[in-house]
Design a protein around this ligand. Structure first.
Ligand SMILES: C[S@@+](CC[C@H](N)C(=O)[O-])C[C@H]1O[C@@H](n2cnc3c(N)ncnc32)[C@H](O)[C@@H]1O
Length: 207
């Protein structure tokens, strides 16, 4: 049997520490976390190490990403039983209709660096599904770069331009649009935490 390959993204290696420091205090005891767009799986593996009480569900649409997540999860669980802290990844596309319908019992949702590297529909799908899955008081954490109209960081304006060149449907999102989208799906923005390199951790709670 070939060994599963864990992938390593330098950016995830860098930002997992400051994000983990925040999440460790935000997530409730015994949180059941649904991660949307887990990428390599580095974040979940690191956060699960910080908080042995939580359960972490990996997901993505990309086959290589799912393979890497499985490699991280297999270090933490028996892949036949899937009883560990890191749950085997689910192939999940938040632009699909009713993507949330077979999922249950999550107390939190975490999503990093997806909504700018995907069409706006992905943000819409995330907010809609989160609104269906979470209950009043549950928290959703969204990490990445955001624009603040005329007060945007130059690095994020440059990044927005770069993304648009790569795909006209991608782009760093205006915080006000993201806040409105989530408000339309019954989420209130509680915290806007400034993170290294002009990134932010947004913490919403379901109303
Ligand atoms: C830049 S990576 C971020 C990975 C990881 N969250 C991190 O911060 O290192 C963006 C991820 O979003 C996933 N993605 C893009 N569109 C998606 C969608 N519609 N539904 C779910 N995941 C999606 C991609 O496959 C990719 O793994």
């Amino acid at each position: 049997m070939t060994k599963l390959q864990k992938r390593n993204a330098p950016s995830a290696e860098r930002n997992k520490v400051p994000i983990g420091t925040q999440l460790a205090t935000i997530l409730p005891q015994n949180a059941q976390v649904l991660e949307i767009a887990s990428g390599t799986g580095q974040h979940g593996a690191y956060f699960a190490g910080l908080r042995p009480d939580i359960i972490w569900q990996y997901t993505d649409i990309d086959m290589d990403a799912l393979e890497s997540q499985k490699a991280y999860a297999s270090e933490n669980t028996d892949v036949n039983e899937d009883i560990g802290q890191l749950k085997l990844p689910l192939n999940l596309d938040v632009t699909k209709e009713n993507w949330w319908q077979d999922l249950a019992n999550f107390t939190n949702i975490y999503c990093a660096n997806m909504i700018h590297i995907a069409p706006w529909d992905a943000a819409v799908g995330l907010a809609k599904g989160a609104g269906k899955l979470l209950r009043a008081g549950d928290k959703l954490c969204l990490y990445g770069p955001f624009l603040f109209e005329q007060d945007s960081a130059q690095s994020n304006l440059d990044f927005a331009e770069n993304l648009k060149q790569r795909n006209p449907e991608w782009g760093v999102r205006e915080l006000v649009d993201v806040e409105t989208l989530f408000a339309d799906n019954n989420f209130h923005l509680d915290q806007q935490i400034t993170m290294p390199r002009d990134n932010y951790l947004l913490v919403f709670h379901k109303v």
